[in-house]
Design a protein around this ligand. Structure first.
Ligand code: PCA
Length: 124
């Protein structure tokens, strides 16, 4: 039996978003929120989450439990090998859910990319 990894998703992988089917068959634990120090930037149709020196900034998304095969496929989709995103462990602050999860942190520059704050998709 393969291990299950808690994975925080905040963009195209969320329910109702274009890449949600990549989590088909995995288990959603529910809505979740990062601890402080993260924000989203708009990258043309998808978001990039980066660390931000802002104690008021956080990001909302969903926490999933994913198996190893799914996680490897997601690493491919998110361009981990190409250095587009890095899969890292972060702290979540959602009562009743695990406090540590993996997530895809954007690994390239966000200079010139609009900061959209806590949630994808942005309101306008
Ligand atoms: N897909 C991943 C990272 C950014 C994106 O659009 C996610 O939904 O968490």
């Amino acid at each position: 039996m393969s291990a299950l990894t808690p994975l925080f998703v905040y963009g195209t992988l969320k329910r109702g978003q274009p890449a949600a089917s990549r989590l088909a068959g995995q288990r959603c634990l529910g809505p979740a929120q990062t601890g402080p120090g993260f924000t989203l930037h708009h990258l043309d149709g998808y978001p990039g989450m980066v660390r931000q020196q802002d104690p008021e900034a956080f990001v909302t998304g969903e926490l999933w439990l994913v198996d190893d095969a799914c996680l490897r496929a997601l690493d491919d989709y998110e361009g981990v090998a190409e250095g587009l995103y890095r899969r890292e462990s972060i702290t979540l602050v959602t009562p009743g859910l695990p406090a540590v999860a993996h997530t895809y942190v954007y690994a390239r520059s966000v200079i010139g990319r609009r900061r959209i704050g806590a949630a994808w998709p942005p309101a306008e």
